[in-house]
Design a protein. Structure first.
Lengths: 117, 109
């Protein structure tokens, strides 16, 4: 149980294009999903928190117009990197918290490695 | 600012030894604590969580919590080379989970 998937697992795109990353909770309903970014040999950086049916809450310094988050259902959240640039190249990881989670544990997806040329 | 502090390591132990990973947290309102393992190039994987003072054992892993000292630890018995990874400590007092930067563990064969 508690499986989270992400698609795609890796993507290479040209500078200026937009990339959409999907995060799905496969066997549970996720009231809250989180989006993280991780640069090589650095710690997780929380980008935003999304709750089903409401607007995402972005962390300080994260541009909401550049990183569009949609949490349309209890099992799906998407992150769209708009007008991507090489500095956006990173490992993007989503996590989901079950509506039944008694202790607020988060389950992580496998991550999406984005390379912007 | 709420923080979770971990020694970045690397912590190097021989195969078969006990690896001891430590973590302190600043928010006294934290209620649940988690240990995640992250292999290089992969996403974090939940190993254990603990919410009561004392020890919690699961196989070769033991989590320890001391709320008075705001201290959490993870012991890995009979360490194996496959345990070599970065271990993330996390705490939550409600909505947001705060992650430490992680401790790199290296188990020498």
């Amino acid at each position: 149980g508690a499986v989270v998937s992400q698609h795609p697992s890796w993507v290479i795109c040209k500078s200026g294009t937009s990339v959409k990353i999907e995060c799905r909770s496969l066997d549970f309903q996720a009231t809250t999903m989180f989006w993280y970014r991780q640069f090589p040999k650095q710690s997780l950086m929380l980008m935003a928190t999304s709750n089903e049916g409401s607007k995402a809450t972005y962390e300080q310094g994260v541009e909401k117009d550049k990183f569009l988050i949609n949490h349309a259902s209890l099992t799906l959240s998407t992150l769209t990197v708009t007008s991507a640039h090489p500095e956006d190249s990173s490992f993007y990881i989503c996590s989901a918290r079950s509506r039944l989670a008694g202790y607020n544990e988060q389950f992580f997806g496998p991550g999406t490695r984005l390379t912007v040329l | 600012q709420k923080e979770v502090e971990q020694n970045s390591g690397p912590l190097s132990v021989p195969e078969g030894a006990i690896a001891s990973l430590n973590c302190t947290y600043s928010d006294r309102g934290s209620q649940s604590f988690f240990w995640y393992r992250q292999y290089s190039g992969k996403s974090p994987e939940l190993i254990m969580f603990i919410y009561s003072n004392g020890d919690k054992e699961d196989g070769r892993f033991t989590a320890q919590l001391n709320k008075a000292s705001q201290y959490v630890s993870l012991l890995i018995r009979d360490s194996q080379p496959s345990d070599s990874a970065t271990y993330l400590c996390a705490s939550t007092g409600g909505f947001k989970t705060i992650f430490g930067a992680g401790t790199r563990l290296f188990v020498k064969a």
